[in-house]
Design a protein around this ligand. Sequence first.
Ligand SMILES: [Zn+2]
Length: 247
Amino acid sequence: MAMAGTGSKKSKRAAPGARRRPGVLRRLSDSFRERRFVPKTSARAVLAAVVLGLGGVTLGVGTYAQWLRAEELGPLAVAPYLLSAGLVLVVGFLLLEREPGMPLRVGDFGVGFERAAQPVERLAWHRVAAVDLAGGELVLESADGALRIPLGPHAQAARRVLAEARRRIPARVKLGQADLDRIGEPGEGEVEPRPVEPPQVAGLRCRKTDAPLTFEQDVRVCGRCAALYEKSAVPERCMECDAPLRA
Ligand SMILES: [Zn+2]
């Protein structure tokens, strides 16, 4: 991890006791952090599991009653009803079980969902076009589609996402005061942030010149919205979030 500033020959100039204010512009070798939120098992998910269990048992009994009884006994009259009820329960499970149960990451590089056996893909703050609340979900809209955070299982993550978005990209937060109050602020018991690796620059482009970024050491990051710039093309103010970059 880089010790930003500690090796600077000019650091002795700082007044004794003055707190070092970290600039907004950062290098990829600086330290970055994010929080990881595990979804809360909702009553709906528990209900879905119960419905699936009942459906399985009902289908099993129905199958027995219809086909597996001794030949001389024949199928039970109730068998078709059991089979139908079992199917209805399994379909009910499929309808209930739509909530994403994925852990969420929220930090310096944006918001990311963990998908099984895949690297975490993050939606960087500067790529979020709008933050809004719809149908019990915090919705982050971007050119690549919407990232939806269900308030039920991810209430803590939604509070953190909203707090970060209001600090980093306030102009794009569309929620009214009533919705802000409904979601609330991050509070005690929130998970601590942990170090996070910066993104691979291969395939990414400078926000100012649109030139491909190649050398990690030449890349600069807006510490507020995570927009990337080639070091010689860093503008006065961030083109995405207006943070002063050349202070
Ligand atoms: Zn920015």
